[in-house]
Design a protein around this ligand. Sequence first.
Ligand SMILES: Nc1ncnc2c1ncn2[C@@H]1O[C@H](COP(=O)(O)OP(=O)(O)O)[C@@H](O)[C@H]1O
Ligand SMILES: [Mg+2]
Length: 365
Amino acid sequence: MKEEKLKDLASLFEAVLRTSKKLEDSYNQLKRKFEVLEGKLERNRRYLENILKSIDSGVCAVSLDGLITTFNRKACLVFGVKEEEVKGKHFGEIFAIDELKHANARRIVEFFKGGRKIEFELGGERRILDISASLVVEEEKESGAVVVFSDITQVEKLKEESAKREKLAIIGQMAASIAHDIKNPLASIELLVPLLDDGTKREIVDNILVSIKRINNIINNTLLFTRTVSYTPEKIFSHELAKEIKLEIFTQIKDLEYVENIEQFEFVSDRNLLKSTLVNIISNALDAAKSRVVFRAFKREKVVFEVVDDGEGIEDVNKIFEPFFTKKKNGTGLGLAIVKEAVDIINGRVEVETSSRGTLFRIIL
Ligand SMILES: Nc1ncnc2c1ncn2[C@@H]1O[C@H](COP(=O)(O)OP(=O)(O)O)[C@@H](O)[C@H]1O
Ligand SMILES: [Mg+2]
């Protein structure tokens, strides 16, 4: 009997042992599974992180009450901040959108519904962001929002520029055809006017001729601007060129001092293009000068022309070559745009040095 019991006990013990072994196996299996899963999770997390990092859009996640929880690399780049600096701050504060101060996730998503283009002043530069947002829903409950944006400043700039260009092209075509139409009758007038002089009308005739010269100059500028001219090189003498230029600007000199400092040399270029360039620059200098404009020409390794005035200098020096940029009441803003085109055609270079004491324009051929 005792032996029986012992046997029973032994088999019971064996059963317990077997079960506990099974249990251990299951536990180990579970542990392995868990480790695999954890690895997967970690990989997923890193994968997501990498996507957020390398994505070319700014991504900003916010909590239900609009506090920033994620700010990806691109977002940091656009705003010039580090993620640690903005984490926990309110979305409306970082994006500087007054209407979204203290807004919650839902309100933020509503605000950007359908995508919105918003202009920002970031680091002293105008930037345009295209922003959209959506709610994050976890297990059927809203847990926050994710705001995605791309920096479309460059694209918008290009769009604006191409619209401007299109407009310019149309204006250009119109101007070119008008200029061509005026040119011929004007040439006839120029030939006929001197015949009016019976010995007593010399002054009037001269005045008309000067005006015709100015109209001609405007027409040439227009044709030049619309690129309906080509490069025609010829031999030019510096002194002759200076004389021709003075003829065109002398009515503008008035009580200013116009100093010519012209070395004698000859060179090859397009006379009309170069003349238009220098006339435009000198004309601006005469507009700006307080008392004096100096026109210098010399030839070292290259041919150089310099125009110096004692005006107040130029504030927006990076804009002055843009067509239609002018600060004058009756300005066209085309003078320096023409200079840029012309200098380009004659393979030259323009340099500008400006300060509150005056401005120097240099043309290098
Ligand atoms: N020498 C200069 N000194 C100061 N400002 C200048 C000078 N030259 C050009 N500018 C500025 O550049 C602008 C553009 O010049 P321009 O293209 O010739 O057009 P416009 O003379 O019709 O204004 C001027 O309105 C002026 O503000
Ligand atoms: Mg001008």
